[in-house]
Design a protein around this ligand. Structure first.
Ligand SMILES: *Cc1c(COP(=O)(O)O)cnc(C)c1O
Length: 303
């Protein structure tokens, strides 16, 4: 029996253990970060909102003029086959399209590259460890590292341009914070390494409308808040307003809704996760099981 406990990959039509998957050193995905990807969660044996994640991935590829010569149905089938083969019931499932290696050695013409699709999955990832989520997340907002402007790198296509986030993470870790959140050059909160950010103030919910990936968990959070009677605004969110919130939370497919208890020197809700953010975290967990959002997987019976 092949061991997929560490994860599986789909490459060129084959499903393999994740440690056997690799791409070439000449791939522009590696040498130029010329790549897009998406991450969909599998939870208790089914994909969550798979069609919405596929919509975003297809749009990202079109935006970057990446064409893997696979249809949406073929991509969906690859993901289903890979996860079912892996046996993973709770998984972080990445789908990737890379520019590929140049077909003419050394060319700088992006039209002559062999674009290709691959996918991989690993056991479900919590980008903030669960004990830190339970205690409440601390976030550092630097005043000397900024989110790359959206007219330079389009944040709505999920990408590997993480230079700003990585420098921000070092700055946050140096100061003992869990993670980092970046502003734009005008001082508006944008996003962090793999998550969107929200505030709640007097029953109003605000999240940034620009400079961010339109996270699927962001969308789910907006829908949950609307259903629960909050008024939701997507608009520029100045850091000063952010620091005056009643509650702050982060959203990500790798962990759901994450209550924040500290931003820089400011502490929220008496240093414990806020009740409204905690309620949204529970609602998200319930929505992950909603039949209308799920694509159930058919796993091979375990021997
Ligand atoms: C993936 C990601 C998010 C969160 O998006 P989800 O679809 O909710 O997982 C936010 N910002 C960035 C930069 C991301 O890469």
């Amino acid at each position: 029996m092949t061991d997929f406990s560490a994860g599986a990959a789909w490459m060129r039509g084959q499903v393999m253990p994740i440690d056997q998957a690799s791409i070439g050193v000449l791939d522009w995905g590696l040498t130029h970060s010329d790549i897009t990807y998406d991450v969909v969660p599998v939870w208790r044996g089914g994909f969550f909102r798979l069609e919405d994640y596929l919509d975003r991935f297809m749009a990202s590829m079109a935006d970057l003029r990446l064409d893997p010569a696979m249809t949406r149905a073929e991509i969906r089938a690859a993901l289903v086959q890979m996860v079912a083969t892996s046996g993973l019931r709770d998984a972080y499932v990445a789908m990737v399209c890379a520019r590929g290696a140049p077909l003419i050695p050394g060319t700088r013409d992006p039209r002559y590259c062999a674009n290709h699709f691959f996918a991989w999955c690993v056991p479900y990832v919590n980008i903030i460890p669960l004990d830190r989520v339970a205690a409440g997340v601390s976030v550092y907002v630097p005043d000397d590292i900024f989110r790359i402007p959206e007219d330079c790198v389009n944040p709505r296509a999920k990408n590997y341009h993480w230079g700003d986030f990585t420098q921000g993470l070092f700055a946050a870790k140096d100061r003992g914070f869990d993670t980092v959140l970046l502003t734009d050059h005008q001082g508006n909160i944008t996003e962090g390494p793999g998550f969107n950010a929200f505030i709640i103030k007097d029953g109003q919910v605000v999240t940034s409308d620009h400079g961010v990936l339109h996270g699927l968990t962001r969308r789910t959070a907006i829908e949950m808040c609307q259903e629960q009677g909050y008024s939701v605004q997507t608009r520029p969110l100045p850091l000063a307003e952010f620091l005056e919130a009643d509650e702050v939370f982060l959203t990500t497919s790798s962990g759901g809704v994450l209550p924040v208890v500290q931003v820089n020197e400011r502490h929220f809700s008496n240093g414990a996760p806020g009740p409204q953010a905690l309620a949204l975290r529970s609602t998200y967990e319930a929505w992950m099981q909603r039949a209308d959002f799920r694509t159930e997987l058919a796993y091979a019976p375990t021997p």
